[in-house]
Design a protein around this ligand. Structure first.
Ligand code: NAD
Length: 584
């Protein structure tokens, strides 16, 4: 089934990679020389992340002209105004946001003020900018939760009125979102837990919401799977970069999903808890999520069953299993006999949907065990006996997110949920080793830097290596048989080596010795070439990352595939032979 109408677009270029912050030259080259305002916060400056990002930009034409580092958690109107004023004073023409959702949202709204002027409140609303172009915006998340780096919304607190102001503009979608798991590593476990639950809430609310759409559905379910496999792991092992990376990607996918499908009643209530009681956004979502799932269940039982399955809560489907067994086992005539079992399958799906809610409750308790995350509003800091409950309910009922909830939100339900969350007493749940599932494999490769100090060394080492390939009994034959002419153009240090196998024997040319036309030219850094011959990098992904720029008939180089494996084995051996043991 499809919705009657949907839109999907993502103008943002998303870059993901461990350490990708150090490799920005190509990604930002098209912006030319710019003066950037870096928006961040004091904690991130203290943690060295701002310096790390500045160092990344030093390799580009973008100068960080000034730094606004005073964004508090749940940024305020005043913060945004001060930030924009600083950017204007320094004549900035690009904005870089580095931080959690509070910083990224500040960068978005400050961008509006820098271009349009006026007060923050004047810009509150949805799609008021029309065709106005804002300054180029790069967003670099340091938490894995809000997905703000790919959403067209921003939330800014108005402390005078205890509310959070919503903004929605297509122009908030940044030009570049840079996802580097290393920048999330310093998150304390409690923050990892809360922000991870924020991402899970985005995915779940996007999937069950009224504005669901097929592309967002796919992203939401994949985000749920990634969170299932990595959230506990990232909390238990903060330095586990593959788990950190998976959470960052999940948060981004969930962000894209909810930026299209919107969020619902969980957010309506947690925005109110944030505005009135200053409960951190992710924590509020974590606590409210299972309550609202239970409230909504009847309106979307099938979708909640899908969510349960994505969470790994898979119940048997005897009807479908037996039917398939008969149909594909050559007993198709018996399929009609098992059709009545479809009712049993539906019963199990419903049970799974309910169990999915229990899964979320247990997940919260496990996170509490691992990180000390509070499990009720008293422990989360509500110390007035819930005296502002009516205010919370009023604020929640006028929150825009309520419009998208699959079931009409009732005020009494909001009051009941908030009261339950205040009164409840649940114990943390110990985490078994089996709950810490292995994260999806993200290769963490040893980095090589400045292996070849000068061109002469490069010619000696790589040129010599190619000469060795020629005479190697396993490699020489296939190399000759390839009848290929490939030129490698190296940078840092500069060198050109051409391997020409088109004649009777393979010839290796250094620099200008080769005067012909190669069939394929591959441009890459010398360090990349070194890592390549170690077998540590993948050429296909290097092409995607523009670490290798190839010109000519690339598919022809497939003829070289048979030599790669033995060449990888030979390279470290050869380096050791020529006295480069430390690079071997
Ligand atoms: P946050 O940005 O408020 O940060 C919370 C704290 O964590 C801060 O003290 C910050 O300094 C610290 N921190 C951030 N990264 C860190 C790191 N790597 N290491 C150590 N400390 C780190 O938290 P958040 O949950 O990312 O963002 C919440 C805000 O985002 C709320 O205002 C919420 O309303 C908003 N939000 C926006 C969107 C959106 O799409 N625009 C979506 C969800 C939430």
């Amino acid at each position: 089934m499809l919705p009657e109408y949907f839109e999907f677009s993502l103008p943002t270029r998303v870059l993901y990679g461990i350490g990708v912050i150090d490799q920005l030259s190509e990604a930002v080259a098209s912006y030319g020389r710019r003066r950037a305002l870096l928006v961040t916060d004091a904690v991130l400056v203290q943690a060295g992340l701002a310096e790390r990002v500045k160092a990344g930009f030093r390799q580009t034409a973008i100068e960080i002209a000034c730094v606004y580092d005073q964004v508090p958690p749940n940024s305020t109107i005043r913060t945004v105004e001060d930030c924009a004023a600083l950017g204007r004073v320094h004549g900035c023409d690009l904005i870089v946001g580095l931080g959690g959702g509070s910083v990224l949202d500040t960068a978005k709204v400050a961008n509006v003020l820098m271009v349009k002027g006026g007060r923050v409140q004047e810009h509150m609303g949805a799609y008021l900018l029309g065709q106005t172009r804002l300054l180029p915006l790069f967003l670099i998340p340091t938490t894995a939760g809000t997905g703000s780096e790919v959403t067209k919304v921003a939330v800014i607190a108005d402390p005078e009125h205890d509310v959070k102001l919503p903004f929605a503009e297509t122009q908030f979608l940044p030009d570049l979102a840079i996802l580097d798991p290393e920048l999330t590593r310093s998150m304390p476990s409690k923050l990892t837990a809360a922000t991870g639950m924020d991402a899970l809430t985005h995915a779940i609310e996007a999937y069950v919401g009224k504005e669901w759409s097929p592309a967002a559905d796919g992203l939401a379910l994949q985000a749920i799977r990634l969170i299932r496999d990595n959230l506990l792991l990232a909390c238990a092992q903060p330095d586990h970069l593959p788990a950190r990376g998976a959470m960052l990607v999940a948060s981004c996918l969930a962000g894209i999903a909810f930026s299209h499908s919107m969020v619902g009643m969980v957010h309506g209530i947690s925005h109110a808890l944030g505005g009135v009681y200053h409960i951190p956004h992710g924590l509020a979502n974590a606590l409210v999520l299972p309550e609202v799932m239970a409230y909504n269940l009847e309106s979307r039982p099938d979708r909640y069953a899908d969510i349960a399955e994505a969470l790994g809560v898979v119940f048997p489907r005897p009807g479908a299993a037996l039917g398939n067994l008969l149909r594909y086992g050559g007993l198709g005539f018996a399929v009609p006999w098992v059709r009545p079992l479809a009712a049993v399958d539906r019963w199990f799906r419903r049970k799974a949907a309910v169990a999915g809610i229990a899964y979320i409750r247990d997940l919260n308790r496990q996170l509490a065990h691992l990180t000390g995350m509070p499990l009720n509003l008293r422990d989360a800091g509500v110390s007035d006996g819930l005296a502002k409950l009516e205010q919370v309910a009023d604020t929640a009922m006028t929150d825009g997110a309520m419009l998208y909830n699959p079931r009409e939100p009732e005020r009494e339900a909001v009051i009941r949920i908030v009261r339950t969350l205040y009164e409840t007493t649940v114990a943390p749940l110990p985490v078994a080793a089996t709950d810490l599932r292995p994260a999806g494999a993200t290769a963490v490769t040893r980095e090589f830097r400045n292996v070849f100090p000068d061109s002469e060394t490069l010619y000696r080492v790589l040129g010599g290596f190619f000469e060795r390939l020629k005479v190697d009994p396993q490699i020489g034959g296939p190399l000759r048989a390839s009848r290929l002419c490939v030129q490698f153009a190296y940078e840092n240090p500069a060198a050109v080596i051409t391997i020409d196998a088109r004649g009777d024997e393979v010839r290796i040319y250094r620099g200008a010795e080769f005067g012909g036309e190669p069939e394929v030219t591959m441009r890459m850094s010398a360090d990349f070439a070194h890592a390549f011959w170690h077998g540590r990098v993948n050429l296909v992904s290097a092409l995607t990352r523009r670490q290798v720029v190839a010109k000519g008939n690339m598919p022809k180089t497939l003829k070289l595939l048979p030599i790669l494996k033995p060449a990888y084995a030979l390279y470290p051996q050869y380096l050791a032979e020529i006295g480069m043991k430390e690079a071997a």
